[in-house]
Design a protein. Structure first.
Length: 531
């Protein structure tokens, strides 16, 4: 049976009047579709409208069959159990009652025809690598990644026809992501997923882009989508060059025509200066009329060329780039950066681990959830022998109540205001944006503010530590982060599960952790890529 989602003429605005959708149309049918777009374009909002959690101001949504929705932030109650998260608590109680001899009809009504729900729940957990987790396990004892996978299992147990996923790979380690990708690959109905995870986006059949208030769908995975956009943008940039050349030509011809008319008018005055007034006035009127027609025609040509130029420019995407110069962060090749020795923490590292950093190393710190990456990152910060900056996952050092500019000035109170605003502009924080409270910004904007705060500090940091910096960033923000880090000349240690992001940082070293064993690999990448 074919499954589908039809979005028809959807209007939606927030209570403050901010318009998200105006007459949005879209169709998603059998297969896996990625919904992409910059932060703030309404991807998560659209999922909630499709699921019925938000009501559109106008228009309609039609969904075939049973729908299931996994939100980005699971509504967890720490005292709940895994079976609560799976949604099978009532059925399990009814089954236990029946098996103990209670034949009340209400128990049979709860189970209905779903007599294999328990086996199906267990099988789904096992397929997602959660075979070690019992149904009675308390949610508060699960990691963030385990909670997300249990939440996904709960949706899959329902056997939905349509599945909506919002950033499902956030907080998942590499092995958990691999199981998620396999679950997505196997899903038989219509799957719509919002994600910034490039590896996940290679497993879809189509990419639907929210852009300028509309949706366009591209067949193929994210690589196919990027190639299509690149071809489109190449044509748009050529059209801009051609339109600009035509505009210059029309302006030049207009000036030349005006010069020619001025000379002709001067010559006519000289030729008929001694003639009868009636002839002189007639020639003057005739010349003015001709000149007026020519000027009007040429002005219209110039205006048309200008319109075509502006129209061509509007088709070129304005993907702003970060361009900064950070020579003050440079460190020498033999500079001692940090020395962690004999680090022990609970049962993370066995007999303890050592990690020495020297010179401008660029280290990718990886490992499964719970392997101690963040703990090691904090230990590096404590052992740092140079000025350092630490961007945690929550960026808690930012004051959400204060403005962007005030946050930066807090780390560099003596710095020249013009210099700070110039630095912020290079992080794409310009004009009145520097006076906005940090708490009102998107995830990508907050990260850029955090980078500006850390990198504008005095003294400048010679060691930069980042913990999962790409979580919740859109593609443009991730690319901008890569650009900023490519300009950084100090030592860099990054914890991330995003392999595509790590591959573009030009890492000089990869360190992998395993819980209970500590560092199990410390290698130099064979191939280094840069942003």
């Amino acid at each position: 049976m074919s499954t589908y989602i039809i979005v028809s003429k959807i209007d939606f605005s927030w209570p403050d009047g901010d318009c998200v959708f105006d007459g949005l149309d879209a169709v998603f049918s059998d297969g896996r579709t990625a919904l992409v777009g910059d932060n703030g374009t309404g991807k998560s909002t659209l999922l909630r409208i499709i699921d019925g959690r938000l009501s559109p101001d106008a228009g309609a949504v039609t969904v075939s069959g049973l729908i299931a929705y996994l939100p980005q932030d699971l509504p967890l109650r720490l005292g709940d159990t895994v079976e609560d998260l799976l949604g099978i608590t009532g059925k399990r109680k009814a089954l236990d009652a029946i098996e103990s001899g209670d034949v009340d009809e209400s128990h049979f009504a709860v189970i209905g025809e779903d007599w294999d729900f328990l086996e199906r729940a267990r099988l789904t957990l096992d397929e997602l690598g959660l075979d070690h987790i019992g149904l009675d396990r308390v949610v508060g004892t699960l990691s963030g990644g385990e909670s997300m996978l249990v939440g996904l299992a709960g949706k899959l147990v329902l056997r939905p026809d349509v599945l909506l996923l919002d950033e499902p790979s956030n907080n998942l380690d590499g092995s958990a992501r691999a199981r998620l990708y396999e679950a997505i690959r196997r899903f038989p109905g219509t799957l719509l997923v919002v994600s910034h995870d490039r590896a996940l986006l290679e497993h879809v059949d189509a990419v639907a882009e929210l852009y300028r208030g509309g949706i366009r769908t591209f067949e193929g995975n994210f690589d196919d989508y990027e190639r299509a956009i690149a071809i489109e943008q190449g044509a748009a940039e050529r059209a801009v060059r051609e339109a600009k050349s035509e505009l210059k030509k029309q302006k030049r011809e207009f000036v030349e025509m005006q010069t020619k008319l001025a000379r002709r008018e001067k010559a006519g005055k000289t030729k008929y200066a001694d003639g009868p007034a009636i002839i002189r006035n007639a020639k003057k009127s005739q010349g003015e009329a001709t000149a007026g027609r020519l000027k009007t025609a040429m002005a219209e040509d110039v205006a048309e060329a200008k319109e075509e130029f502006e129209a061509a420019k509007s088709e070129v995407r304005d993907d702003a780039n970060i361009a900064i110069d950070l020579p003050e962060t440079s460190v020498g090749p033999h500079r001692e950066i940090a020395r962690v020795e004999g680090l022990k923490a609970a049962d993370l590292y066995g007999d303890g681990i050592d990690l020495h950093l020297r010179g401008p190393e660029r280290v990718g710190l990886t490992g499964d959830n719970g392997s101690g990456k963040t703990t090691l990152l904090r230990a590096v910060a404590e052992a740092a022998r140079v000025p350092h900056g630490f961007l945690t996952q929550s960026l808690e050092f930012l004051d959400d109540e204060r403005s962007v500019l005030d946050n930066v000035r807090s780390r560099a109170p003596e710095a020249d205001l013009t210099l700070l605003r110039t630095r912020l502009a290079r992080f794409l924080l310009r004009g009145d944006a520097v006076f906005h409270p940090v708490g009102t910004l998107s995830g990508g904007e907050r990260l850029r503010v955090a980078l500006a705060v850390v990198l504008s500090a005095r003294p400048a940091p010679h060691l930069l530590l980042l913990d999962e910096p790409t979580n919740n960033l859109d593609m443009a923000s991730t690319r901008q982060l890569q650009q900023a880090l490519s300009a950084y000349e100090g030592a860099l240690v990054v914890v991330s599960h995003d392999e595509a992001f790590l591959d573009r940082l030009g890492l000089t070293r990869r360190v992998r952790l395993e819980r209970g064993a500590g560092i199990v690999a410390d290698t130099t990448p064979d191939i280094q890529q840069t942003a």
